[in-house]
Design a protein. Structure first.
Length: 112
């Protein structure tokens, strides 16, 4: 059986938690308004425009666009990442080759 003290505690907790319920509901309304405004002002969005959103923890699930757009955006981001990674690796290899060549030239000059 619940004691009077426990009822008082439950009442206090209900008051505190009701504040969180109100805040959560308000944030949900703001999110819906944001999505609606995005659809209104940016009716035709490109895959490129979704990339910053997928990286933002608040929007990364991309709820406000179609599943097809979500898939295309993720694929495009992966492709861009792979391209940058390959470019970086080529630059590193080129840099290493250049350093080796310069080192060999310096050694030859010392030997002359």
């Amino acid at each position: 059986m619940i004691t009077n003290n426990e009822w008082d505690l439950i009442t206090d907790l209900t008051e505190v938690l009701s504040t969180f319920v109100k805040i959560t509901e308000e944030l949900g309304k703001i999110k819906i308004r944001l999505y609606n405004n995005m659809k209104k002002y940016y009716p035709i969005l490109t895959t490129e425009s979704f990339i910053p959103l997928i990286l933002d923890s608040q929007f990364k699930n991309l709820d406000f666009i179609t599943k097809n757009q979500q898939f295309n955006t993720k694929q495009h981001l992966s492709k861009l990442f792979e391209q940058k990674k390959e470019k970086y690796q080529r630059e590193i290899e080129t840099s290493d080759l250049l350093n080796q060549s310069q080192s060999k030239l310096a050694t030859r000059k010392k030997n002359l």
